[in-house]
Design a protein around this ligand. Structure first.
Ligand SMILES: [Zn+2]
Length: 285
């Protein structure tokens, strides 16, 4: 894990500061990274979990400046809950991804969602927010969640990738809201762009974006190939596949790995390549 302290904003370049929240975990790596864009009049991207010490750190880092916009890439609990105390403290509007209405809040719904998120303005793909010296454009990237946005900082050719692209691991795509076909299409969206750097919400900056994204797409194809190979040997349930596919994985991540395998299977099912009988998946080719 790289040396990085919570509580103090780090200058990344003249327009961008990064502030690490104190929420490390097997899912968040060293924690959620909040970004502050601009000087004097700023935007705050992904204020993070509702931890008073992190909200205080954002306010301290921007003391004497005006927060003009609070932006959110998506509504997982490590990204958006701090929008509310931050907006209450500084009066800035909450702008960005749509709120997520899950049609089922029973056992299928993902407990990690922030259902209290209420944006003042939702950004559609291509819409912008600007301040002195900065223009931030929304890039729709569904997949990790259905409402996920990346934010392009035009002046820097930089992209804030949220959890779509992370600097330390491949992202989790967990059905029912996460969707592998959408995720792969959203990788193509990034490959068609000319960003020179990515600033992810978790992990280090990515300095060769297209190569990195191509690597992630290749990794997903490899996982898909593994699944097809395993179920063509014999029909299997997901836990049996995870055991074969993720040797040496932190046991706390087995559940998430299973969700990603399910995401691949649902995508393969939609393409007519696999069939399901209860918990057992089989090759349909
Ligand atoms: Zn997330």
């Amino acid at each position: 894990m790289p040396e990085q302290t919570t509580g103090l904003a780090q200058d990344i370049d003249p327009l961008v500061r990064r502030l690490l929240a104190p929420n490390p975990s097997p899912f968040t790596y060293s924690g959620t990274q909040t970004y502050i864009v601009g000087r004097g009049e700023v935007a705050v991207i992904d204020p993070g979990p509702d931890l008073p010490e992190h909200v205080d750190a954002i306010l301290a880092a921007t003391a004497g400046e005006r927060i003009a916009a609070i932006l959110c890439t998506h509504t997982h609990r490590d990204h958006s809950p701090a929008t509310r105390p931050l907006a209450a403290a500084c009066g800035a509007p909450i702008i960005g991804c749509a709120p997520l209405t899950l049609d089922d809040d029973g056992p299928r719904a993902d407990a990690a969602f922030d259902t209290d998120y209420r944006p003042d303005r939702v950004l559609a793909h291509g819409e912008t927010v600007s301040g002195p010296g900065w223009t931030i454009e929304a890039v729709a990237t569904p997949g990790h969640t259905s409402n996920h946005l990346c934010f392009a900082l035009r002046e820097n050719q930089a992209l804030f990738t949220g959890d779509h692209i992370m600097g330390w691991s491949t992202t989790v795509v967990a059905p029912p809201d996460g969707d592998m076909a959408d995720y792969m299409r959203s990788l193509d969206v990034l490959l068609a762009r000319d960003d020179v750097i990515y600033h992810p919400a978790h992990g280090e900056a990515v300095t060769e974006p297209r190569r990195f994204v191509a690597g992630i797409a290749g990794h997903r194809k490899m996982r898909e190939g593994q699944i097809l190979r395993l179920i063509s040997e014999e029909p299997r349930a997901i836990p049996a596949m995870v055991e074969q596919m993720y040797r040496g994985l932190d046991p706390r991540l087995f559940g998430a790995a299973g969700r990603s395998v399910l995401a691949h299977l649902l995508d393969l099912e939609a393409r007519g390549q696999v069939v399901r009988d209860g918990e057992i998946w089989a090759d349909a080719r």
